[in-house]
Write a protein that binds this ligand. Structure first.
Ligand code: MIC
Ligand code: SF4
Length: 641
């Protein structure tokens, strides 16, 4: 049997284990990326592991999230990351250079290589045939320090595309269709590999919208072949020498196949408050819109921006709509300025934001009370935009622009302007905002301003665990709920004691105070707990508040790893009746916790204070068991020397 693209890359990089789904494997990490809101922790952890120079082929530190500088905090973080990168062999992409995933795809992606990034949308670079995986900051620090990354071998799903998209139907509609069919947990433990004749009709930027938003499926990553389209993209980036062909074998074996006829798709939207709450734009109807936001790592490419300009040319944004546009990178913004498209966008009344994450992570542009916001972004979790009562819909660039002009949600297929944008023969290339690592690293002083606080460490797993169930939650709890990240909190990503005051507050404002008072506690939840962001702060803040175990029906992949890295026991209910019977306020006891974990058992016996006993599953690898026993990954690394 032949190999899929995913398995070819894994086989090429495998240093331990076998490609058997569900088992632990270790692969070489060729590249890493960090961004500023997870980067401070990652570099603090790199330093805590005494790493002098990174062992990857290329590591890049981006500044793209914390761009509002209301006080000294964000600028302190930027300075720390810049100097730490310079010191330890990491390239530094300065604020203004663009969103990490967009820039990485443009300037650093290499077909067939692996990339581990401290951001859940790292799979964006799968568009060019890279195996690009999002992870917690500590796992990325370990990848930088060792050149290795361990993960559980996923299944590989074949998403077979046929046909061709109709005009005004976009790549965004393809991934929304996948989300509609598979849901936000449909990709957990899986790699989505795109094949079939329909692939050829999609350009690399279009493919990147699809791989980017594969994160919303909970997938380990998504990947496209490296074919003629990939070659054309790399040639236009002046990097054809780094291109190589990478195709699935014709008889490649997959664990599952999903067929999508591109020609059958229509414009879609993810309605509030989940990326899988997908409906046809025509079915939702012409709801009045207050804000339209175009950009984010999902839809901020040159092609997206040129389509925006073409559609806006000579028009005016509806008087009750605020249209904000953030081009994804300096390359994109410069090209728009050079060819005059920026003037068309401005003239129509759009507000241009800098090349960064901005409104996507609630860094400004929060909608009005009960406001309806259409966004070309990838997440519409309640409150993420900064306004709790807002209704956020995720749509394509085409739908967004048509709606901004009309003032209401508009199906763009009824428009007639030709918005076809050719891939430029040559992108504008000037890497002057990327600072290479120091040639004399030992002479570099790493600057730690007062916003940089040490990260918390757990203690060894005690012989017995006893704590109150401080919170019982439902399905699909996001890391945005566990550790919110709006403009007020994002500046404190390197200050866990401060962040902990807001931990799980969107679910229950009293949680932080109750957790502190209790000293030790556990949290319970439903399916897909911890979906969304890779932020390990969603594990570090609970750790700081004394959370020793999280009991849920199922976990999102990255969050589970982050809990383990923090020494917090990730347990899953074997029977949903046990979840039903659990009451907030119950006391939970795990007798012989240390012994039960050490023994290698995959069933952990739990008791309540009232004497009820039930079994939970502990699905972890041998290595993860060691990490849990040591009280987290840093402790385990230190123990092993
Ligand atoms: C996000 O889109 O939620 C973020 C902000 O990019 C996060 C990273 C973070 O929380 O810093 C992600 O996707 O991993
Ligand atoms: Fe930034 Fe939004 Fe992309 Fe996250 S999803 S990296 S916040 S643009």
């Amino acid at each position: 049997m032949g190999l899929s693209i995913a398995k070819k890359i894994i086989a090429e990089h495998l240093t331990a284990g076998q490609m058997i789904p569900g088992t632990e494997i270790v692969i070489r990490a060729d590249q890493t990326l960090t961004q500023d809101s997870t980067g401070t922790m990652a570099y603090l952890q790199l330093e805590a592991m005494d790493v002098d120079q990174v062992k990857t082929r290329r590591s890049v530190a981006y500044i793209d999230h914390n761009m509002l500088q209301e006080g000294f905090e964000n600028a302190d973080d930027h300075k720390y990351i810049q100097t730490a990168a310079h010191r330890h062999g990491v390239y530094f992409s300065r604020p203004g250079n663009g969103i990490c995933h967009q820039v990485h795809l443009e300037r650093f992606s290499v077909p067939g290589e692996t990339l581990v990034g401290s951001d859940s949308h790292t799979p964006t670079c799968g568009a060019i045939g890279m195996l690009a995986i999002g992870a917690g900051g500590l796992d990325v620090a370990v990848a930088m320090g060792s050149g290795l990354y361990s993960l559980v071998m996923p299944q590989v799903v074949n998403i077979r595309l046929t046909g061709r998209l109709k005009p005004y139907v976009a790549a965004k509609d393809v991934i929304l269709e996948v989300l509609r069919r598979l849901s936000v947990k449909g990709g957990v433990g899986k790699i989505m590999e795109y094949t079939g004749p329909g692939v050829q009709s999609l350009t690399v930027p279009e493919r990147s919208t699809i791989t980017n938003m594969g994160a919303e499926l909970g997938a380990t990553t998504s990947v496209f072949p490296s074919d003629g389209a990939a070659k054309a993209f790399m040639r236009a980036q002046g990097r054809e020498d780094q291109w190589s062909e990478l195709l699935a074998d014709p008889d490649a074996e997959y664990d599952e196949t999903v067929e999508i006829d591109l020609g059958q798709l229509t414009p879609l939207a993810a309605a509030p408050h989940s990326p899988d709450n997908v409906k046809a734009v025509s079915e939702i109807g012409e709801i009045r819109v207050d804000q339209v936001a175009i950009g984010s790592c999902t839809n901020s490419s040159y092609q997206d921006m040129m389509k925006t300009a073409r559609m806006l040319k000579g028009k005016t944004v509806a008087s009750h709509v605020s249209l904000v546009v953030s081009p994804g990178s300096k390359q994109v913004l410069t090209m728009l300025a050079q060819n005059g498209a920026l003037a068309d966008i401005l003239d129509a009344g759009a507000r241009i934001l800098e090349s960064g994450c901005g409104p996507c992570i609630g860094m400004g542009q929060s909608p009005a009370t009960n406001g309806v916001s259409l966004r070309t972004f990838n997440r519409n979790f309640k409150g993420r935009c900064g306004t709790d009562s807002a209704e956020v819909y995720l749509v394509s660039t085409e739908t967004a622009v048509a709606s901004a002009i009309a003032g209401c949600l508009t199906d763009p297929t009824r428009l007639e302007t030709d918005i076809h944008v050719d891939m430029p023969g040559q992108f504008w290339v000037n890497d002057n905002m990327v600072v290479p690592p120091s040639k004399d690293p030992r002479s570099v002083e790493v600057v730690r301003g007062p916003n940089i606080k040490p990260f918390p460490l757990n203690t060894k797993l005690p012989p017995q665990l006893r704590g109150e169930v401080l919170l019982k939650l439902g399905d699909n709890v996001t890391t945005d709920q566990i550790m919110p990240s709006n403009a007020r909190l994002l500046p404190y990503r390197s200050n866990i004691p401060y962040l902990a005051e807001y931990c799980l507050a969107p679910c229950d404002e009293t949680f932080p105070a109750r957790a502190k008072k209790a000293g030790v506690g556990v949290v319970a939840g439903g399916e897909n707990y911890g979906q969304g962001s890779s932020r390990e702060h969603a594990a570090l803040a609970p750790l700081y508040l004394g959370i020793k175990a999280v009991l849920v029906k199922s976990f999102a992949r990255i969050h589970k790893s982050n809990l383990i890295n923090s020494g917090i026991l990730p347990l899953t209910f074997k029977n949903s009746a046990d979840y039903d019977a659990l009451v907030q306020g119950d006391t939970l006891i795990i007798p012989d916790a240390g012994e039960q974990v050490r023994s290698g058992a995959d069933t952990i016996l739990v008791q309540t204070g009232a004497g009820r006993a039930f079994e939970m599953a502990l699905t972890v690898t041998d290595q993860e068991r060691k990490i849990l026993l040591a009280g987290g990954k840093i402790n385990q690394i230190r123990e092993e020397g």
